[in-house]
Design a protein around this ligand. Structure first.
Ligand SMILES: Cc1ncc(COP(=O)(O)O)c(C=O)c1O
Length: 583
């Protein structure tokens, strides 16, 4: 059963985050968000900020909505003016010409009563109120409430709406007030323009990286919208992080639910999400134990510590060197910069951590040549990501594993970028048919929250004893709850689709025959594209981004890391943009 039209009238909650425009919801998902008033849409009289639509997401409803008035209820009178004018500007930008400031929820209710009395509106079917309602405001609603369902809070509202649907309603009029419909609050549009956001950022943020001139605001699946409402297809996932795309409901709900129970507790106590996430990952990877941290670099520090401690305990001092590969990337801490096999990362920040030597990839003899009796481990990325999406040869990796076993060097695999489904298997080492002694992972593990981890095999799982390795935020149960949703979704069938999508995208790019692109390479949805001589990858990225396709560079080429949930339709849209702009 679908509602054809759900008209909304009312006062949304205070604050500065109200929405304008309309949203269509089909099959429980937002299917489009637009800025034009659709035919037959009713008006929303909004006396505050407001957060409404995600509260409706689980209803099978097609909603049209126009927000007409939005004035902040902030306590600071100056801020009220600032917020009000920002909101008014935003509404005007989205094509609204009338701004009616009701000023308070109570006055909005009275206004609705006037509309009813004047025959403009025949009264809402549902009234929903949030926790912010004062008794005096409830009084002003009482006349309306007498005629309708009165829902106090989001759950009751959903129940009431379902009842209406079950009773055959195709058209429900709602009076919404307070933070009634959504516990968390997700604005549909930002209140600041791109220029305003950029100016603040320029003034207050350390610019240790350069940014593209886009302020991203919201997303769904593999599609994002910027602060001005422009659409982008995303081939980046926030650099390989948002594997479930944007606004995944199961993920967002798990985060909300866990945050409402306990948001953080430290390594000193057990929590269920942490234990459950470890119990899912460890057997699936064929490892023996896990430790969770916050970032990829931190995870790599952890695996380096395991290698050095293992060797020190068994062989004593003087055997602490780790061989890494040229062109690798392992992070930006003082140690992981030095572990990174690219000279330009070894500048400025002296003194770096000692004990790293580098060997060219795919050359076993060169690796052997680095053996000076002081080696404790070899550390590799199976597909060098930042270096240019360069998969290592399978035979080479097998031979490295054998060499490590022969010398009792630990095989450390950095799966910060390749891990957690990115390459079409849970970990890339499963496609290389090797088992690392210790593996690091991060990026996609919690689908967008900061989390990383390491896993060790039976031989190494007890190397770090109590007090030897910890991190304040590392045991965060909200991140772990998000990670559990990611694990739930990464079924074998899903991972097979990741491989198929990777093939589809690579073939699609090659079939475009673009003058600037050469061959493609990669594993699963980790794709590299060669950029031909005479073309600069950064310029190509800039042009594509300007025209609605987010893409990354790596080494001298392009890098694609789309959300793993990307659809064929979204991939086709991205390919069309490439063809139009680069063809
Ligand atoms: C293979 C690899 N290792 C380590 C890192 C560092 O991870 P983080 O930026 O989370 O510290 C990265 C980041 O891109 C990476 O790709």
């Amino acid at each position: 059963m679908y509602l054809n039209n759900c008209h909304l009238i009312g006062a949304l909650s205070g604050g500065v985050d109200c929405q304008s425009g309309y949203v269509e919801i089909r099959d429980g998902r937002i299917s489009s968000v637009g800025e034009q008033l659709p035919e037959g849409a009713a008006e929303v009289y909004d006396c505050g900020g407001g957060t409404l639509l995600p509260g409706l997401i689980d209803l099978h409803t097609h909603i049209t909505l126009l927000s007409n008035v939005g004035i902040s209820c902030s306590g600071d009178p100056m801020q009220v003016l600032v917020d009000a004018s920002a909101q008014a500007k935003r509404y005007l930008r989205h094509g609204f010409t009338t701004i009616r400031d009701c000023g308070s929820i109570g006055r909005a209710a009275n206004y609705v009563k006037k509309l009813i009395a004047g025959g403009v509106f025949d009264g809402p079917d549902l009234i929903t109120c949030g926790s912010t309602l004062m008794p005096s405001v409830q009084n002003s609603l009482s006349g309306l409430a007498a005629m309708n369902h009165f829902c106090d809070g989001v759950e009751e509202f959903r129940k009431g709406t379902r009842e209406e649907i079950a009773n055959g309603a195709e058209f429900i009029k709602i009076y919404a007030s307070g933070s009634a419909l959504l516990p968390t609050g997700v604005p549909l549009h930002p209140i600041m323009t791109f220029e305003e956001i950029k100016n603040l950022d320029e003034q207050y943020v350390m610019h240790s990286y350069s940014r593209f001139p886009v302020a991203l605001d919201r997303g769904k699946g593999a599609t994002l919208w910027d602060a001005e409402g422009r659409e982008y297809i995303d081939f980046t996932s926030g650099i390989g992080v948002c594997s479930l795309g944007y606004a995944n409901e199961a993920w967002a709900n798990a985060i909300y639910q866990q945050a409402m129970k306990v948001g953080h507790i430290s390594n000193l106590f057990y929590t269920e999400p942490y234990a459950r996430l470890a119990s899912r990952l460890v057997p699936a990877a064929g490892m023996a134990a896990a430790f969770f941290g916050n970032s990829g670099a931190e995870a790599n520090e952890g695996i380096i510590k395991v290698a050095r401690k293992y060797s020190y305990e068994k062989y004593g001092e003087g055997r602490a060197t780790i061989i890494t590969l040229k062109n690798s990337f392992h992070g930006r801490t003082i140690t992981t910069l030095k572990a990174t096999g690219q000279d330009h990362f070894h500048e400025y920040f002296f003194p770096f951590t000692e004990g790293f030597r580098y060997a060219p990839a795919n050359d076993l003899e060169a690796l052997r040549a680095q053996d000076r009796g002081d080696v404790c481990a070899v550390m590799v990325e199976l597909v060098q990501g930042e270096g240019g999406v360069l998969p290592l040869d399978k035979g080479y990796v097998k031979a490295v594993e054998a060499l490590c076993a022969e010398k009792d060097w630990l095989l450390l695999v950095d799966e910060v970028q390749t891990g957690v489904g990115r390459t079409g298997t849970l970990f890339a080492f499963q496609q290389y048919d090797v088992l690392p002694d210790v593996v690091s992972f991060a990026k996609g593990i919690a689908g967008g929250l900061p989390m990383s981890g390491i896993m060790a095999n039976e031989k190494c799982k007890d190397v770090l004893g109590p007090g030897m390795h910890a991190t304040t935020f590392g045991a965060n149960p909200v991140c772990a709850a998000a990670g559990l949703v990611v694990q739930e979704i990464l079924s074998d069938g899903f991972l097979k689709e990741v491989q198929e999508k990777g093939e589809y995208l690579r073939k699609g790019i090659e079939a475009l025959n673009l003058p600037c692109f050469g061959k493609t390479r990669g594993l699963g949805l980790m794709i590299g594209v060669e950029v031909r001589e005479g073309w600069a990858n950064k310029d190509i990225a800039g042009k594509l981004i300007e025209n609605g396709l987010l893409i990354l560079t790596a080494g001298p080429g392009m890098r694609l890391l789309p959300p793993l949930v990307i659809t064929k339709d979204e991939m086709d849209k991205g390919l069309d943009i490439m063809k139009k702009i680069l063809g």
